[in-house]
Design a protein. Structure first.
Length: 243
């Protein structure tokens, strides 16, 4: 079994895979206690960590004491070609999502949209070459920005009831943030479709539920793209070691 750990800016995710089947998943602010439980519950043979936070040495030490550990960085072999001009600055979550997309749609042009802390757009072509994409503020970040950089606008929480025409300040903020993000996303998808008419579009991320039913374009909603991509990268490196 394979242990996959994704350390994000806000939340940490940990998952256990048996082959291509996800046997366990947890999303929390602290996962160190869960790691101990996982090793007593599952027969983990190898693990991978992807992190956007600088200090994860304690967690890495905890895992590496139990099994071989791969820490994903810009030198880690991956089963796609990375044409990003500054691979050392590329978020490992973006790279992992691209790997997952190439595996899900081999020989296809794919646009991955990850709606999380930021909304990230990533393009991988039909030859499994990752080119890059775009990054814009996520929904929560937009809400916080309106509150932080104005004198009177309140901090609003996301909700499922989004009106086009807000009839009070809360509704107006939600309309601007969510409908604005939808318009942005539809516009970027359309630009890619002009260049690649057959492109597949994948939507993932914690805030994807606020966008999925509002987008005009046909999309594939996929959960845990990053975890799947990390597992594929781990498998790829384990295979290299065995050759």
């Amino acid at each position: 079994m394979k242990l996959v750990v994704d350390l994000g800016n806000t939340l940490k995710k940990v998952s256990v895979f048996a082959g291509n089947t996800q046997k366990y998943i947890e999303c929390a602010e602290n996962i160190e206690n869960s790691i101990e439980t996982i090793f007593t519950t599952f027969s983990v043979t190898s693990a991978i960590i992807s992190s956007v936070i600088p200090d994860f040495r304690k967690l890495a030490g905890l895992i590496s004491a139990k099994c071989p550990l791969l820490i994903l960085d810009d030198h880690t072999p991956v089963p796609i070609k990375n044409a990003y001009l500054s691979p050392e600055t590329l978020g490992k979550d973006r790279l992992a999502s691209a790997v997952a997309a190439a595996t899900m749609f081999p020989g296809e042009n794919v646009l991955i949209i990850d709606a999380g802390s930021c909304i990230k757009y990533d393009f991988i072509d039909s030859s499994a070459t990752y080119h890059g994409g775009a990054i814009s503020p996520g929904l929560h970040m937009r809400l916080k920005a309106l509150h932080t950089f104005t004198g009177k606008l309140p901090l609003i929480q996301l909700s499922g009831n989004i009106q086009l025409t807000g009839k009070n300040t809360q509704q107006s903020i939600l309309s601007g943030v969510v409908n604005g993000a939808v318009a942005e996303t539809d516009g970027i998808i359309e630009q890619y479709r002009i260049q690649y008419p057959d492109i597949k579009v994948i939507l993932s991320g914690g805030d994807s539920a606020y966008l999925v039913n509002k987008l005009k374009s046909k999309i594939f909603a996929v959960s845990n793209m990053v975890l799947l991509g990390l597992k594929i990268i781990l498998d790829y490196n384990d295979d290299i070691k065995q050759k």
